[in-house]
Design a protein around this ligand. Structure first.
Ligand SMILES: [Zn+2]
Length: 293
């Protein structure tokens, strides 16, 4: 790790961001470029250039952690579950190590979010932190005593592809999911899921700020679904705090509404789990990636 310089990369669907953190977590520099969509070699080169650019600017060499929309399969060593499909089936970590001439650590972007918020964000100081991404997709990551929890399948926290629990009305079997099943939590709680449920051609962002009855009804359904889905997480993990991230986490109403609702489904006489907005917002992915070392 040299002088403690840690470089984090967040590979997003449209932009790729890089940050350099000092040993004490201070942010030293940041860069953002367009993602080379569809080009695997271009993606590897973009990341190499970002790292080399930051190191030239700072005059030091750092460790490199990378958050990706997907994960490396422990079984094959190849990328799986990535909606940036040009990465799927590639030995992305090994190719980056070759390009950069050093070991790198890769993790799912929701895991990076959870690690960042647990380290010095909204979950700092809590023993068990469940980090949630509510955006184009729905993901999650679990940090216990400051350490990211990983498992043999590299899918810890992937609550987005469980079925929406305690279905009501016409929620069962639910919309088709890209994973091949119906009624996944993601099909209801992602941005596109909210937009489809509203059905009026508005984006999730527009629905969140609309005052008309149709938007308000869609948001009320969204809250009830989020409360049920998080209740099922609480029943298994019992986290001290749940931190929301992703575009939909900007809906302030969620932080009062959800804890009012979720007690109906949590198997406890009282729910002391906290629900918090992110401290670092969109920057948590890249900050968590740097903290993989
Ligand atoms: Zn699914």
């Amino acid at each position: 790790m040299g002088g403690g310089l840690r470089i984090g990369i967040d590979l997003g669907g449209t932009k790729t961001e890089a940050v350099a953190l000092a040993g004490d977590g201070r942010e030293l520099a940041r860069r953002r470029v367009a993602t080379r969509r569809g080009s695997y070699d271009g993606t590897v080169r973009t990341i190499r250039d970002l790292v080399e650019g930051l190191e030239a600017e700072l005059g030091a060499t750092g460790s490199v952690g990378i958050g990706i929309p997907g994960t490396i399969s422990p079984r094959t060593g190849l990328v799986k579950n990535a909606n940036s499909t040009w990465l799927i089936g590639k030995p992305f970590d090994r190719d980056l190590e070759q390009a950069l001439g050093r070991p790198v650590r890769l993790a799912n972007d929701a895991d990076c979010f959870a690690l960042s918020e647990a380290s010095d964000g909204a979950g700092a100081g809590f023993a068990t932190v469940f980090g949630v991404i509510l955006g184009t997709g729905v993901g999650g990551g679990l940090v216990i005593h400051g350490r990211l929890v990983g498992g043999p399948n590299a899918i810890t926290g992937e609550w987005g592809h469980n079925p929406l629990p305690w279905p009501e009305g016409d929620e069962h079997p639910g919309p088709r999911c890209y994973c091949g099943r119906n009624g996944c939590v993601e099909t209801f709680l992602s941005g596109p899921g909210l937009a489809r449920d509203h059905g009026g051609g508005l984006s999730a962002e527009a629905i969140a700020t609309a005052a008309d009855p149709a938007a308000q009804a869609a948001l009320a359904r969204y809250e009830r679904r989020l409360a049920r889905a998080l209740a099922s997480v609480i029943n298994i993990v019992d986290p001290h705090v749940i931190v929301l991230g992703g575009g939909l986490s900007r809906m302030d109403r969620l932080y009062a509404a959800i804890p009012r609702l979720w007690g109906e489904w949590v198997f406890s006489d009282h729910v002391d789990t906290l629900l918090r907005p992110p401290r670092h917002g969109d920057s948590s992915g890249v900050r968590g990636a740097a903290r993989l070392w």
